[in-house]
Design a protein around this ligand. Sequence first.
Ligand SMILES: *Cc1c(COP(=O)(O)O)cnc(C)c1O
Length: 361
Amino acid sequence: MSFIQNIIRKNINDLKPYSSARNEFSGQNAILLDANENPFNEPFNRYPDPLQIAIKQKIIQNINLKYNFSPFNQLSIDNIFLGNGSDEAIDLLIRAFCEPQIDNIISPDPSYGMYEVCAGINNVDFRKVLLANDFQLDPDAIRLNIDNNTKIIFICSPNNPTSNSFIKNDIISIIETFNGIVVIDEAYIDFSVNEGFLPMLQNYPNLVVIQTLSKSKALAGIRLGMAFAGTDIIAVLNKIKYPYNINFLTQNFLLDAFNKNFDNNKYIDLILKERSRLQKELLTFDFIEKIYPSDANFLLVKMKNHHQIFSWLLKNNIVVRDRSRHKLCDACLRITIGNPQQNDALLNALNMYKLSISSNF
Ligand SMILES: *Cc1c(COP(=O)(O)O)cnc(C)c1O
């Protein structure tokens, strides 16, 4: 029995998926009278490719090149699922593998909020395991929480909101000792000094790597998330997704971008440069107590009077994220690295704040 069959929900395993009209015909230039589409208003009148083959081929090709994978390690289009944002992949993984009210999910705390929300929507028990004080994983504590009904462990690395990457061997030890699925959320991997877990995908049938176009590629608006995994897991996600989950506009935009060799890695260096600058300049303020080392495109900043500073920034038309209610993030604001002008505006506003508090005394 394959790994998948031990953990997939029975109803999902037994499910006969919806077969869309376009699944049954793959030729070209046919007269399409099969899907009740409107014949006018080309090309928007047609349903998009349900499996997004053309963009998957481009993405996979780029990844095989980027990581210089040997022939054994090359990924194929059967190793990738595309979703309406990574959140779709997160939700589908839970629905495929977690039986409501019976199974459970584990994730470090603090981390990305959507894992818990998706678990809650699906009525699946969500177990939060506190990170260590240095924001690293506590693999022993995670193991203590695993039982026979633990189906998924979500690990976000680099982690949101703590901004650090977890130690690679801690993650590997979890992948190797856990019998369920380990999902590594690499939304911020392009900002990291680490190369991430895609090179290990072929070694572990229980590994899922999630990436997104929303951050380093500056395409949050088109909604495209990617899940990479062994072909068994990908087949399950394809089986239960909405048939046309990636719309024509998104698919078309990406194909166009690929054909024009659009380089959206070009933003990464500038953002990293701005991250160092902001880090240095922020530390000159007395009311900034600590900036945690960041491997992502944001800074977690511990402040004196974080409430006051949050409101001050808001009054100055600058919105940052208050993470102070999260465990281990006492008095912390999360600040996304903006463009140089935006970062200057932030520093200016903080300077004004500094003047305003000194004039009070
Ligand atoms: C921003 C972010 C995502 C991206 O979600 P999309 O739905 O792809 O936009 C995923 N995971 C984490 C941890 C994030 O911070």
